[in-house]
Design a protein around this ligand. Structure first.
Ligand code: NAD
Length: 317
C-alpha cells in the first residue's frame, strides 16, 4: 500500500466535470491537495482561483492551477479532458476525437509518475480506459475508468424511488459498457439484504408484474435526457468520482463498478468494462463475479462485443 504519497489529486480537464469534481472533493475534504490542469490556461486560472477562495469554508485543502509536473507526487490522476457529447451524439461517436487526446495525456502523466492511480472519465470511458491502459504500460489495476459507478447510482436511485426506500439500502449494479449496451444486473440487486424479487413479494405495495422493467431504460436514457435539457452532466458524476477517489485515498476496498481490463471473468478478455471490483489504494483489485443468469450473461457478452468493436476501430488507428 502506498501510504507515503501525498494526498494529491490532479484533475486533467477543467471543464464542467473536472471543476465540479474539484468542488465536490473540496467540500467533502477528500484530498489534501487538488490540482487542475487544462489546455485553456485562462479558464483554468479563473476556475482554480474561484475554488481556492472557498477553502476557508472547507476542510483543509489546497486547490490550485498546475501542470503535468504536479503528477509527480499525485496519488490519483483523474482524466476528464476531451470533447464532450453533443445532443443526440452517442458516446461511441466521440471515440476518435478523444482517443488521440487520451494517448497524449497519458504519455505526459506516465513520464512523471508510475505510482498514481489513473481514473479515466472522458467518454467513451470504457474504450478510453483501454486506450489509457495500453498507452500507460502500468498494471491494469492502476488504470481504471469511472465506468458504471454513476449508472449504478442512478439504478439505485430509480429503484429506491420506486420502492420508497433509502438508496443507501439498495445494493444494485449496472455492468458492462457505460453506455447504451449496459446491463442492469437484477440478479445482484438487493434491498436490505433481500433479493429484489423476494423483497417485491413482501413489500405489500402490490405492484403489477413487470413494474420494475422500465427502470433500466430510465438509467440508459439519463445522460441523453440531461444533455437534452442542460447540455452536460456533471453533478452526479462528480459525486461518483468522489466515491472512487475516497476509496483509493483511504484504501477502503469498497466494491464499485469501475471499468477495468477484464482477463477471464465471465469468459471475457482484452476489453475494459465495468464489473463490481474491490477498489483500494492500488486501484481496482479483485472482481466480485457471482454466477449470472443466462439472459444477463448474454447481455454482458453483447455489451463486450460493442466495446470490442470500438476498441478495434481505435486500435486500427
Ligand atoms: P468540457 O468540454 O466542459 O471540458 C473538457 C475540458 O477538457 C475543457 O476545459 C478543455 O479545455 C479540456 N481539454 C481538451 N483537450 C485537452 C487536453 N489535451 N489537455 C488538457 N485539457 C484538455 O466537458 P465536460 O462536460 O467536463 O465532460 C468531460 C468528459 O467527461 C466528456 O468526455 C464527457 O462525455 C465525460 N463524462 C463522463 C461521464 C462518465 O460517467 N464517465 C459523465 C459525464 C461526462
Amino acid at each position: 500500500m502506498k501510504q507515503d504519497r501525498k494526498q494529491r489529486v490532479v484533475i486533467i480537464g477543467a471543464g464542467a466535470v473536472g471543476v465540479t469534481s474539484a468542488y465536490t472533493l473540496l467540500v467533502r475534504g477528500t484530498a489534501r491537495e487538488i490540482v487542475l490542469v487544462d489546455l485553456d490556461r485562462e479558464r483554468l486560472e479563473g476556475e482554480a482561483a474561484d475554488l481556492s477562495h472557498g477553502v476557508a469554508f472547507a476542510p483543509r485543502t489546497e486547490v490550485r492551477a498546475g501542470d503535468y509536473d504536479d503528477c509527480t507526487d499525485a496519488a490519483v490522476v483523474i482524466v476528464t479532458a476531451g470533447a464532450k457529447q453533443k445532443p443526440g451524439e452517442s458516446r461511441l461517436d466521440l471515440l476518435s476525437r478523444n482517443a488521440t487526446i487520451c494517448r497524449s495525456i497519458i504519455g505526459e502523466v506516465v513520464s512523471r509518475t508510475s505510482d498514481a492511480v489513473i481514473v479515466v472519465v472522458t467518454n467513451p470511458v470504457d474504450v478510453l480506459t483501454y486506450v489509457a491502459q495500453k498507452a500507460s504500460g502500468l498494471p491494469p489495476s492502476q488504470v481504471i475508468g469511472s465506468g458504471t459507478v454513476l449508472d449504478s447510482a442512478r439504478f439505485r436511485y430509480f429503484i429506491s424511488r420506486h420502492c420508497n426506500v433509502n438508496p443507501h439500502n439498495v445494493h444494485a449494479y449496472v455492468i458492462g459498457e457505460h453506455g447504451d449496451s449496459e446491463v442492469g444486473a437484477w440478479s445482484m440487486t438487493h434491498i436490505g439484504g433481500a433479493a429484489i424479487r423476494e423483497y417485491c413479494g413482501t413489500c405489500g405495495r402490490g405492484c403489477p408484474d413487470g413494474a420494475l422493467d422500465g427502470l433500466m431504460d430510465e438509467v440508459r436514457q439519463s445522460a441523453y435526457h440531461i444533455i437534452e435539457h442542460k447540455g452536460a452532466t456533471y453533478y452526479a458524476v462528480s459525486l461518483a468520482l468522489d466515491r472512487i477517489v475516497t476509496s483509493i485515498l483511504r484504501d477502503e476496498n469498497s466494491v464499485l463498478t469501475v471499468s477495468t481490463l477484464i482477463d477471464g471473468a465471465y469468459g471475457l478478455s482484452d476489453v475494459c468494462l465495468s464489473l463490481p471490483a474491490v477498489v483500494g489504494a492500488n486501484g481496482a483489485g479483485r472482481l466480485v463475479a457471482p454466477a449470472l443468469p443466462e439472459d444477463e450473461l448474454a447481455a454482458l457478452h453483447a455489451s463486450a462485443d460493442v466495446l470490442k468493436e470500438a476498441i478495434a476501430h481505435v486500435e486500427a488507428g
